[in-house]
Design a protein around this ligand. Structure first.
Ligand code: ADP
Ligand code: MG
Length: 750
């Protein structure tokens, strides 16, 4: 006895398009059972496709009732129909509904996965099915490359993969030659052994040898419904036929399948994502940096003579001398390039001749041109311009000192230089002058020899002795200029000649000092000093008071007068870039130090040009950012609309609206992540390759900001996602859309 699988009673279907209404089905009644292989024939426009699509649940009917296994269907809503199609219908159309970019194998596996099978089971079953339709040998080929007959066989394989009780084929052989058509029809007949198969055809001859029943339509009505032969014997249902199980990984799988099976599309999409990520990173990054207007100010050296933007001055809250432990703590911070113990000395400027007469025009009134004899010096170095301040050999993180070759300089006649700028053994004359304490004329010429080399840095690095010496002056520890010398015996004070040229050397013991220096002195009253120099007003020549005395004493005497503690209560840290100043300052404050950026402190006057430039930059960035985001949304919406076709095929196979949407979101997420990775790498590469704005941005933006950049880019992708999902609703799941029939029209006609 035939069991009634499907029953239609007086089904009517109208197509409303614009103001006119077309009749699709004018009231048809019939019933079907499993094992039947039904041919639906009729003229073009007679309603065959309409009938097929109504039965398939692709379009809704307006009147009558369709029963599936005795259950009414007229009350079903969009998701009810979706469920109906997923469980009961396999649909084959004339257009070979295969995923063209995916492999033959993936085409079948995808159906099995949609029906709830896990990866391994699906792969196994796909092999069986492909053997059945004789496509196993081509399993790796992309479906697009198959011949028409093979494509249709593949779509049958896909129908086979779906364990649905009703298979509907709407003119499946429409595009095939006789031989291929025959093969297809034979396969469909085979399938009728465990299901209902309905084939729509305009060429009855093709199917005559196999069908069990023929229905002929005309103008939306049944004109005949005749049995041809007995229904096929029913085989027991395949026990291995898995009922839908775990579908958790399905959207992710579909996302991967869609992406893999359309490489060109994926490449274009990926490129769009990478470009937008790059643009969002770049513009937003520059925007974030320029929100702060600190760059529009200029340095005013009233607070610190050396307002080097990389310098950070550190003291303790209690004002105690700093220890090695303190140094270690400070050096443990990130972005520290070096630590200068004798940082007060940085306020002493130095210069040296470059083979021509050196002219000091540091002060407002350039009075004299100082002419010194020529000394040999390394030509590649431009010390005065690149390093105007005295630096002693710095301590660098993880190392005791920065000397890479040779030794650390000692005394006053040794210096270290930077590799490539000077060699060990180079000799030249340096002029030190301390504008702050002694006026620009207080020059101290030193004949120095390079004894050590640093890998990095600029200019010359002096010994700690020079550092201590100048620190003592700066701190006012010595009103006198006491210079110790190893060669001088205790208790002996030697005085230098001063005001070069006035006196000849008056050194009586030890070395002949190589310098002259102007100092205030009171030491002669406290110590039995012998001195040479110019004491008193020098009205005639210079117009201001210059007391000039320099005392060379022994180390012990020096210590006795100065004290042993040469440690300062202040050090300077030099950071890699001003960009890190805020982070380092915060770090130091957190450690309990008082830290100041002289540069920050000294930035007082707004530079209008820079301020205007900043405004320009801000507005450019905001505009560019809006454009980029809008472009991203538009481009993605356009690009992803090309996805609809494959989603339509997948939805016919039962991919739910929800899963399709999730798969799309997955794609967006994956592309966003990949795009951000590529865009990020591009940013990084262009930053390190010297694109200045980007290089700067990278320094200024700590990691958390990068999350803001990512979020903006992702938000743009998700905004596009809203439109894309709407398109999927409208065009792929029309039942979910309101004016579904009209939309189907568009699709049908397309
Ligand atoms: P067949 O498949 O037998 O050629 P159809 O079922 O496609 O016939 O069409 C039946 C009738 O419904 C025809 O008059 C056709 O013009 C009309 N029709 C079919 N689809 C639409 C549609 N989407 N919009 C408007 N009219 C349609
Ligand atoms: Mg048709």
């Amino acid at each position: 006895m035939k069991k009634k699988l499907l029953e239609l009673t007086d089904i009517k279907k109208y197509y409303a398009s614009g103001r006119s209404v077309a009749m699709g089905l004018a009231g048809v009644s019939m019933s079907f059972s499993s094992g039947e292989f039904v041919a639906v024939t009729g003229e073009s426009g007679s309603g065959k496709s309409t009938l097929a699509r109504v039965i398939a649940g692709i379009i809704k009917y307006e009147a009558g009732e369709m029963y599936f296994e005795g259950e009414r269907t007229s009350h079903l809503d969009a998701s009810g129909w979706e469920e109906y199609r997923k469980k009961n219908i396999a649909f084959i159309s004339q257009n070979y509904d295969v995923l063209p970019g995916a492999s033959v194998f993936s085409n079948v596996v995808s159906v099995l996965r949609i029906s709830g099978m896990d990866k391994e089971a699906a792969a196994k079953k796909a092999v069986d099915i492909l053997r059945k339709v004789e496509l196993y040998d081509m399993r790796r080929r992309r479906a697009a490359k198959l011949s028409s007959g093979q494509k249709q066989r593949l779509s049958i394989a896909r129908a086979l993969a779906k364990p649905a009780p009703i298979l509907i084929a709407d003119e499946p052989t429409g595009n095939l030659d006789a031989e291929n058509s025959e093969k297809i029809v034979k396969m469909l007949a085979e399938l009728a052994h465990d299901r209902l198969v309905i084939i729509v055809t305009h060429d009855y001859n093709e199917v005559e040898g196999y069908v069990t029943r023929r229905i002929t339509l005309s103008d939306g009505l049944i004109v005949s419904d005749e049995p041809v032969r007995p229904a096929y014997e029913q085989k027991p249902a395949d026990a291995s036929e898995a009922s839908p199980k775990n579908k958790r990984g399905l959207p992710f799988y579909i996302a991967g399948l869609q992406t893999r099976s359309r490489p060109v599309w994926a490449a274009v999409t990926g490129l769009v994502f990478a470009l937008t990520a790059f643009a969002v990173f770049a513009f937003l990054g520059v925007l974030i940096i320029n929100i702060d207007d600190s760059f529009t100010y200029e340095y005013n050296p009233t607070a610190f003579e050396n307002g080097d933007e990389k310098r950070i001055v550190v003291t303790t809250i209690e004002g105690r001398p700093l220890t090695d432990e303190d140094y270690e703590k400070m050096l443990s911070l990130s972005h520290i390039e070096s630590l200068d113990r004798y940082d007060s000395a940085v306020d002493v400027l130095y210069a040296y001749r470059e083979g021509r007469d050196y002219k000091i025009d540091y002060d407002s009134e350039p009075e004299d041109e100082y002419t010194f004899e020529k000394y040999k010096m390394p030509e590649s170095v431009s010390l005065y311009t690149s390093a105007p301040y005295i630096k002693t050999v710095p301590i660098i993180p993880g190392k005791a000192d920065a000397i890479a070759e040779g030794k650390k300089p000692e005394g006053f006649d040794e210096v270290a230089a930077v590799s490539g700028h000077a060699k060990i053994g180079d000799k030249f004359r340096v002029y030190l002058f301390d504008k702050k304490h002694f006026g620009y004329k207080s020059l101290l010429p030193l004949d120095v020899t390079v004894v050590g080399l640093l890998d990095e840095g600029e200019g010359l690095y002096f010994s700690d002795d020079v550092g201590v010496f100048f620190m003592d002056i700066v701190k006012g520890k010595t009103a006198e200029m006491l210079i110790y010398d190893e060669n001088v015996a205790d208790g002996t004070f030697l005085c230098s000649p001063t005001t070069a040229g006035i006196y000849n050397s008056s050194v009586e013991k030890g070395i002949d000092p190589i310098w002259s220096f102007f100092v205030y002195s009171g030491a002669s009253e406290r110590y039995p000093l012998r001195w040479a120099g110019y004491d008193g007003y020098n009205e005639g020549q210079h117009g201001y008071r210059l007391l000039s005395r320099l005392y060379i004493i022994s180390p012990n005497d020096y210590k006795q007068i100065i004290g042993n503690d040469t440690r300062d209560k202040q050090v300077s840290l030099f950071i890699e870039d001003y960009a890190y100043a805020d982070r380092v300052l915060t770090g130091l404050h957190d450690m309990g130090y008082v830290a100041t950026s002289p540069y920050k402190l000294g930035r007082t006057e707004q530079n209008e040009e820079l301020a205007a430039e900043r405004k320009q930059t801000l507005s450019t960035c905001i505009t560019a950012l809006l454009v980029v985001v809008a472009m991203q949304v538009l481009l993605l919406t356009a690009i992803f609309s090309a996805e609809r076709n494959s989603f339509r095929i997948l939805s016919d196979l039962g991919l739910s609206n929800k899963s399709a949407k999730k798969a799309l979101l997955w794609q967006l997420l994956l592309f966003t992540a990949a795009g951000q990775l590529v865009g990020g790498i591009a940013i990084f590469v262009s930053g390190t390759a010297g694109v200045e704005r980007i290089e700067n941005m990278l320094k200024y933006l700590p990691l958390p900001y990068v999350l803001i950049l990512s979020a903006v880019h992702l938000a743009a992708a998700l905004t596009a996602g809203i439109f894309i999902l709407r398109g999927i609703d409208k065009h792929v799941y029309p039942m979910a859309a309101k004016n579904r029939d009209i939309l189907i029209d568009e699709e049908t006609e397309a």
